[in-house]
Design a protein around this ligand. Structure first.
Ligand code: HMG
Ligand code: MG
Length: 324
């Protein structure tokens, strides 16, 4: 065992390779009180790339009054050009509507992510709309994105519970996922916006979606860690055949329009588990933890990730302890 890395013990029935879809620069920073300078965001994204991440959601072209933390989206994307990313690195950006898409295209975005709600209350709070009207706007946005040759992802929020409406029926969630898939989203990410999912619920939803014609290779999972369930839920998703997992460097994150949303699943905690399972991600855990430590210093608070805390405090489990 190498200090600072888990022992590798592969398990049958899990994907051999997982794409870590990094959301720290968007989902993470959108919910921080501090507004991080554009140049520091660009450096953060560059360091994430240097740590081996290649799907890096960079920002959101949402209304700047709604999310002031991302008001610099138009300036940020051009700042990524010419930096030392590998050629297959992608920088998807969040777009709420056609206005956001036009801004994203002007800034050079090639991948966009739209977002829908599985509940009426959250559609009103997050999109200032009804589910039906917001879906119509999303479909129009997707059409224009596809016409521009962009790659498209869709998120569905409140898939596993809603703080205002309570339980959300699996069928109601599936209806929204199917609409996004039919509207042209290559991938749909299942959002546990407030972190209430549990592993059996995750499996049930993924199985239900398969029966509704949305195969596992078109799905991703997006867990927030409010109740400490994010890794258990991820493991359930891996067992169900999901091979794209959203995570946020250092465990930054939340949603400004869902008070009970805390940090996302931390990328370091995810990579620690995947490394231990012998699943390839291409991520260098040490470089990533250093990056999250660096961002935590900018934000003036420790990174929530347990793995970052363990690695940066120099906590080590010795081989003798593990084997003895
Ligand atoms: P609205 O105020 O209802 O917008 O906001 P509107 O359509 O009525 O337009 C009002 C004005 O805003 C117009 O300008 C528009 O042009 C302008 P005017 O004609 O008055 O001068 N406008 C815009 N300006 C810049 N960029 C835009 C844009 N759109 C309209 N994109 C809107 C509706 C959807 C824009 C607003 O509600 C919004 O930005 N919401 C986003 C909220 C948000 O970012 N939430 C967090 C991200 S979602 C999330 O975190 C969940 C996720 O992580 C998954 C999970 O965890 O579940 C993805
Ligand atoms: Mg989120």
């Amino acid at each position: 065992m190498i200090p600072g890395l888990p022992q590798r013990l592969g398990q049958h029935g899990l994907p051999q390779r997982v794409t870590v879809y990094e959301v720290g620069a968007r989902d993470g920073l959108q919910n921080e009180k501090a507004v991080v300078p554009t140049s520091a965001k660009a450096e953060f994204i560059e360091r994430l790339g240097d740590a081996g991440l290649w799907m890096i959601e960079a920002t959101g072209f949402v209304h700047p009054k709604w999310v002031p933390q991302l008001a610099d989206a138009d300036a940020l994307l051009p700042q990524l050009a010419g930096r030392g990313f590998t050629e297959h690195t992608r920088f998807p950006v969040l777009v709420p509507n056609r206005r956001g898409l036009v801004r994203a295209a002007a800034a050079g975005a090639k991948d966009v992510a739209v977002f829908a709600s599985a509940t009426e209350t959250f559609a009103a709070k997050n999109l200032n709309s009804t589910m039906a009207d917001s879906m119509a706007e999303i479909e129009a946005t997707l059409q224009q994105a596809l016409a521009r040759g962009m790659r498209t992802r869709g998120y569905v929020s409140m898939c596993f519970g809603d703080p205002w409406e309570g339980p959300v029926p699996v069928r109601q969630v599936a209806d929204v996922v199917v609409r996004l898939a039919e509207a042209g989203c290559t991938q749909v990410s299942l959002g546990d916006t407030i972190g209430t999912a549990t592993p059996g619920h995750v499996r049930t939803l993924i199985d239900a979606l398969e029966r509704r014609g949305v195969p596992r290779d078109r799905l991703a999972v997006h867990f927030h860690d409010t109740y400490g369930q994010a890794l258990a839920n991820t493991y359930a998703a891996l067992q169900a055949g999901i091979a794209t997992v959203d995570a946020s460097a250092g465990g930054l994150g939340g949603c400004p329009y869902a008070e009970s949303a805390t940090g996302n699943l931390a990328t370091e905690d995810l990579v620690w588990m995947l490394d231990g399972l012998g699943i390839t991600t291409g991520v260098d855990l040490r470089k990533l933890a250093d990056t999250s430590g660096w961002m935590a210093a900018i934000l003036g608070r420790p990174a929530p990730s347990r793995t970052v805390q363990a690695l940066t405090k120099g906590t080590r489990v010795s081989t003798t302890t593990v084997n003895g």
